[in-house]
Design a protein around this ligand. Structure first.
Ligand SMILES: CC(C)(COP(=O)(O)OP(=O)(O)OC[C@H]1O[C@@H](n2cnc3c(N)ncnc32)[C@H](O)[C@@H]1OP(=O)(O)O)[C@@H](O)C(=O)NCCC(=O)NCCS
Length: 183
């Protein structure tokens, strides 16, 4: 795995390796309760949290635990999301990776997430040779589930009471997308 993932380009986005220069934009949406609610996390209180998150992504990329990107809108150079592949987690078998994603609420429903996802999936299957990508989320995060179903992910497993959250235990949905078999 490359320590610094390559820049990927879509029609409206550049997917770039995480850097501290994106902290302000990540804090802008990370501090929005609309973004935090489906993830069951507290909105960011301080830009230091955005810096720490970016540092964690850089460290994980460097040690080969992830290939993760920041999605930068070409139109205004704003960072509007983070997304990428996570390797070697407890739900994965040989040849599989996980897909993680979170975009600023101002982009929801605009197709940017779909656009970025297609580039990441193409890279996972054809650049890194994975045969299956898994997406894991809370069973009641309906928007996140529908958003990957639109790409072709199918529900593979529901793990009851998997997440221990302030509001009580929640189920986990694992969806998967298999690499198309060449004709
Ligand atoms: C998950 C996320 C990236 C999706 O981005 P998005 O731009 O909203 O995604 P899309 O518009 O492509 O798809 C969302 C779909 O869910 C649908 N939807 C929204 N709320 C819904 C609900 N409560 N129930 C069912 N479907 C819902 C939308 O209508 C849309 O489908 P449509 O295009 O057929 O109308 C974004 O919502 C996000 O960043 N959420 C916070 C982070 C997160 O939850 N990450 C996920 C896993 S940990």
């Amino acid at each position: 795995m490359l320590a610094t993932p390559p820049v990927l380009e879509t029609s409206r986005l550049l997917l770039k390796a995480p850097e501290q220069v994106f902290a302000e934009d990540l804090f802008a949406y990370g501090s929005d309760p609309v973004f935090a609610r489906p993830l069951n996390i507290s909105p960011m209180q301080d830009i230091a949290e955005a810096r720490a998150f970016l540092q964690m992504l850089c460290d994980d990329n460097a040690k080969g635990a992830r290939s993760y990107w920041v999605a930068v809108r070409k139109e205004d150079q704003k960072a509007v999301g983070t997304l990428g592949l996570i390797f070697g987690t407890d739900v994965l078998a040989e040849g599989e990776c996980e897909y993680g994603y979170g975009f600023a609420p101002c982009t929801w429903g605009t197709g940017l997430f779909q656009e970025a996802s297609k580039a990441i999936i193409e890279y996972a299957f054809n650049g890194l040779d994975f045969v299956c990508i898994k997406a894991r989320t809370r069973g009641d995060n309906h928007r996140a589930i529908v958003s990957v179903e639109k790409i072709g992910f199918k529900l593979a497993q529901t793990i009851k009471s998997y997440y221990d959250l302030p509001g009580g235990r929640k189920d986990c949905a694992i969806l998967e997308l298999k690499r198309p078999v060449a004709p």
